[in-house]
Design a protein around this ligand. Sequence first.
Ligand code: SME
Length: 162
Amino acid sequence: MKSDREDNQVNKRKLFENLFSEFQAIVMEGNTREDTLVNLCRLLQERVPYYNWVGFYLVERGNQLVLGPFDGEPTEHIRIEFGRGICGQAAERQKTIVVQDVSTQSNYLSCSAAVKAEIVVPVFKHGTMVAELDIDSHQLTPFTAEDREFLQRLCENLSVLF
Ligand code: SME
């Protein structure tokens, strides 16, 4: 008898495998970058129950993030300087940041009181960071190594769009 946690991980692995194939199909459609990213945001938001806001921030002038395609509630954080909030810190460090409980963070930009956790994954093109994938969750402690690996794999495969 498997524990719930083990079951969840097996299910996540299956879900992410399917989503990765669907992601590849979306990229193969050859739409504009904007449309491809919107479709990807929608896919993730609709199919992963605890991904409640999914969006991209694009790097501008090497020190700012500008809101790009997203799926979820509109956000007031349209432009974020490097270093500010979780997104700005991920940009400064050029690393994935996983926050399992946003209430523990002092450098955090709130979009909605419903958000409990956040993961931010950078997208690189020839070694330069060009964008970030940002996901908010309404659940506490929702992200596992599977989420991080899946999202990093997606972002590695997004370089071709930039
Ligand atoms: N919470 C983010 C701001 C962007 S929203 O989540 C869409 C942050 O702290 O950088």
